[in-house]
Design a protein around this ligand. Structure first.
Ligand code: SF4
Length: 330
């Protein structure tokens, strides 16, 4: 018997996934799930290519929000060094080096609750415009955006905006109390209206149930347009945050999330994001087999404020696995 008699339907994008269907996929026998995800991956993508994205924190710490997993929230006692918005030249130097190291996408993150119409935002617009002119895909994550701010970013040349759902709607208020799940959807909607691509995913290991994971994937996969990029993060347990003592995420939970996301959102770039530092190369290989085709890498060996493998380590891993950096997508 074929592993999946309906493999033909995986050639089409669907936006009407039920939780039951997603649950059935998530709970398939693990090797069958990986096999199916790997098959779908090969229908939609070049399976030997991995997109390398570089993420730079352009404004660090001091955030008024209370996301329980985040070391940048001002209210938690972490050893994060607060850093005001970086100067334009510093950011452009980072972008040039990222490009020289093979990155095709450059993401800038600012620990803001929301964008304000002030000189800092003007400087971010300048950064976007200059990095876009270098030929890199530019992505930002700056917190909540109005429709007008989204438009200004798009006009400056922003390719993608990251705004993670983080977790399910039902579990959201256990993790964050300073905003609502609906605020996230509203910003994502503003990004879409401005004509930019959407990067939106979540984190596992926050104490959520499997049902919460399925519900989050259901929200993402039933958007009128799937996010072009879906980061799947494993909780990086930051000392001083409320979630510091939660157990490490099991690799097979990451693999199940990635494989399920790959099957239900086949055209999307699935990004293996935070948590790689705690994964062996073999474990990351399983994630790539399950359909992950993007990672964050960079010279600073951090992912915002948590440890991340360095670029030379990542290049050696890709080489070992017979993978290569993806050139910029058309
Ligand atoms: S995740 Fe973002 S919004 Fe939440 S506390 Fe950290 S920097 Fe602020």
């Amino acid at each position: 018997m074929l592993l999946d008699e309906n493999i033909e339907h995986k050639k089409e994008l669907r936006h009407d996934w039920s939780r039951q269907e997603i649950t059935a996929i998530y709970n398939k026998p693990l090797l069958n799930l990986i096999y199916e995800a790997a098959t779908v991956h090969r229908m939609w993508h070049k399976a030997d290519e991995i997109q390398l994205s570089t993420l730079l924190s352009i404004k660090t710490g001091g955030c008024p929000e209370d996301c329980s997993y985040c070391g940048q929230a001002a209210r938690y006692h972490t050893d994060i060094q607060v850093q005001a918005l970086l100067p334009l030249d510093t950011v452009l130097d980072h972008a040039r080096r990222a490009q020289a190291n093979g990155a095709s996408r450059f993401c800038m993150a600012a620990a803001w609750r929301e964008v304000r119409d002030n000189r800092d935002f003007d400087r971010v617009l300048e950064m976007v415009s200059a990095i876009n002119a270098m030929g890199l895909e530019v992505c930002c994550t700056l917190g909540m955006l109005t429709e007008d701010q989204a438009k200004r970013l798009q006009e400056a040349g922003l390719f993608a905006y990251n705004h993670n759902l983080d977790t399910s709607e039902a579990y959201y208020d256990k993790i964050i109390s300073t905003r609502k799940f609906d605020n996230r959807l509203h910003t994502i909607n503003n990004v879409r209206k401005a004509g930019m691509t959407v990067c939106s995913g979540g984190i596992i290991g926050l104490g959520e149930t499997v049902e919460d994971r399925i519900a989050m994937l259901c929200t993402l996969s039933n958007m009128p347009q799937h996010p072009e990029s879906v980061p799947i993060n494993a909780l990086a347990r930051v000392e001083g945050t409320p979630l510091e003592n939660l157990p490490k995420v099991r690799i097979w939970d990451m693999v199940r999330m990635i494989a399920t996301a790959r099957i239900i959102m086949p055209s999307t770039m699935i990004r293996l994001s935070a948590g790689r530092m705690e994964m062996e190369e073999e474990e990351q290989a399983w994630c790539f087999m399950a359909g992950a085709n993007s990672i964050f890498t960079g010279e600073k060996e951090t992912l915002l404020v948590t440890p991340n493998p360095g670029v030379s380590e990542d290049m050696a891993m890709l080489d070992n696995l017979g993978l290569k950096p993806m050139v910029k997508k058309d």
